[in-house]
Design a protein around this ligand. Structure first.
Ligand code: XMP
Length: 507
């Protein structure tokens, strides 16, 4: 039995974060659309209702029938989830005089309540709501208040049903993880047996049963997700897994060779395809970013398809899709929070069944699984890198010469980050080749050459990002090295834009 917590998603930006926190408690959880509660699933041990962009009294507000869960499982409502239960069970929710946003401290809480076990006085919590519960339903009692919010938390007396109007899942709720632990472990009874080791064991067993003697194909990108998926599958089906790694010519310097070598050391059955000629030819003269992406996506599919067809008896196509990819595409509010960057879909007539062994994992869990599988650290901590590679970091048209210049500059920057111990402090980094030339002076010579921009960001999920505050000494060294060593570049800038409103990539 795989105990699980169900998180019903009412569309909040922090729903995924609730999931991550529950997983950090070594407990499996599933995030489901608010109206998709699974009936009769014996593995469910508790339910969490998320926040929402709506007010409970909005016409379009998401509604559920609480009868399906109340009294059957322990329930915790967070923000909208708390307000919703209060509202439909006879309480009152009204617009707060002023929007309650940001840090607050608990002025009082019920020390006897199991939800607050271990809480300290004045514990800091994070508020983010425009409404507030002004009256609790009959039989409900407040169990915490802040200066401004009287019913900051409540419990239905004699029932395992709680609501909190703050967000325990966000970092600024200092004891938020403790509150979730009190709920998930003490109240719901989680055995906390969801771990990388248990995931590997159970997934390998499931893959063996699912795939039998069938042959499987997987596209490797050099990134952590596809690499971990490959090693996991290799453990389950061995040589019956064939991996295809396509070089479109716009990878980092020596990356194709190095990564291919890593894969071979891991015992993977990999076919490396150098298709750079085709990609460069098709991209000739193309300057529009979307057009570049389309061409690369299309060419990738063609090359992959041609290779895959050589493995005539393949039945499965495996992918390194991870949980956030799927949650985003299932986003229930219909608003696109992040558009999907994955390179185009593979032709349907390939007639392969899809196998996604990492589909339940968050990124940090994928990394833990990778370590559990004994993969080398540099593969596991590798920065994300866009599928179209340096093509979206060369503004304007793409030539082999420009790729060479950018690879050299990028290599100095990335190697520098590693040498200075900064690599793991940034989410991702790279260099952008700008379509401008400027005047410089080298020795006695006037130069008129290219400018590059360095980009390094901190982030937890690429949905928002801040520019990394790298040390000046480091930047001085990198700039010097690039200008001295990379022929064709005489100016280096640093990009100090955050996302939003900018994006991580320039194209
Ligand atoms: P942006 O530029 O939208 O990027 O802030 C967010 C994350 O996605 C990566 N990215 C891509 N990945 N194909 C990919 O596989 C793409 O076309 C693409 N564009 C951006 C980017 O590097 C960052 O990690």
């Amino acid at each position: 039995m795989q105990q699980k917590i169900i998180i019903l998603d009412f569309g909040s930006q922090t729903t995924q974060l609730i999931g991550r926190r529950v997983r950090e408690l070594d407990t499996f959880c599933e995030i489901l659309p608010y109206n998709k509660f699974p009936k009769d699933d014996p593995d469910v041990i508790g339910v969490i209702l998320s926040g929402s962009p709506f007010s409970v009294y909005d016409h379009e507000a998401f509604k559920i029938d609480l009868a399906g869960i109340r009294g059957k499982y322990p329930v915790l409502g967070i923000c909208y989830g708390a307000q919703y239960m209060s509202y439909v069970l006879g309480g009152a929710v009204e617009p707060a005089g002023t929007r309650e946003y940001g840090r607050a401290n608990l002025a009082w809480f019920d020390q006897e309540n199991p939800l607050f076990k271990g809480f300290e006085d004045h514990s800091q919590v994070w508020m983010s709501h425009g409404d507030t519960i002004t009256r609790l339903p009959e039989g409900f009692k407040a169990i915490a208040s802040t200066d401004k919010v009287q019913n900051a938390a409540y419990q239905a007396e004699g029932e395992k049903l709680w609501g909190v109007q703050f967000h325990p899942e966000v970092f600024h709720s200092v004891q938020g993880t403790l509150l979730l632990k009190n709920f998930v472990v003490d109240i719901c009874g989680s055995c906390q047996n969801w771990s990388a080791a248990s995931f590997v064991d159970s997934t390998v067993a499931e893959l063996k049963a699912q795939l039998g003697d069938d042959r499987v194909i997987l596209g490797l990108s050099g990134g952590v997700d596809s690499s971990v998926a490959a090693v996991l599958l290799n453990k389950a089906v061995g040589d019956r897994l064939t991996c295809i790694f396509v070089d479109h010519g716009m990878l980092r310097k020596n990356e194709f060779k190095n990564v291919l070598h890593d894969y071979e050391c891991l015992g993977l059955n990999v076919i490396g395809v150098d298709a750079s000629e085709k990609f460069f030819k098709d991209l000739e003269g193309v300057t529009d970013p979307e057009q570049k992406r389309k061409i690369i996506g299309r060419d990738f599919v063609e090359v992959f398809d041609a290779e895959a067809r050589k493995i005539t008896d393949a039945k499965w196509l495996a992918q390194g899709t991870i949980y956030p990819d799927r949650i985003e595409s299932l986003n229930i509010t219909g608003k696109t929070i992040k558009s999907h960057h994955n390179v185009g879909g593979l032709p349907e007539e390939m007639n392969l069944q899809l196998c996604e062994p990492l589909k339940w994992l968050f990124k940090d869990e994928v990394r833990r699984v990778g370590r559990q599988l004994g993969m080398p650290e540099h593969l596991i901590t590798r920065h994300p890198f866009p599928g179209p590679g340096l093509a979206v970091r060369i503004l304007g048209d793409i030539t082999r010469e420009k790729v060479r210049v950018l690879q050299d500059a990028d290599d100095i920057f990335i190697q520098g980050l590693r040498d200075w111990g900064l690599y793991d402090q940034v989410w991702q980094a790279g260099v952008i080749l700008l379509p401008v030339k400027s005047v410089g002076v080298m020795g006695d010579e006037r130069t008129y050459e290219r400018a590059v921009a360095l980009r390094a960001v901190t982030s937890t999920d690429a949905m928002t990002a801040d520019w990394a505050h790298l040390p000046y000494d480091f930047m001085a060294k990198v700039s010097n090295d690039i200008i001295n060593k990379v022929k064709g570049v005489n100016r280096v800038c640093y990009d100090i834009s955050s996302k939003p409103p900018s994006t991580i990539e320039w194209e």
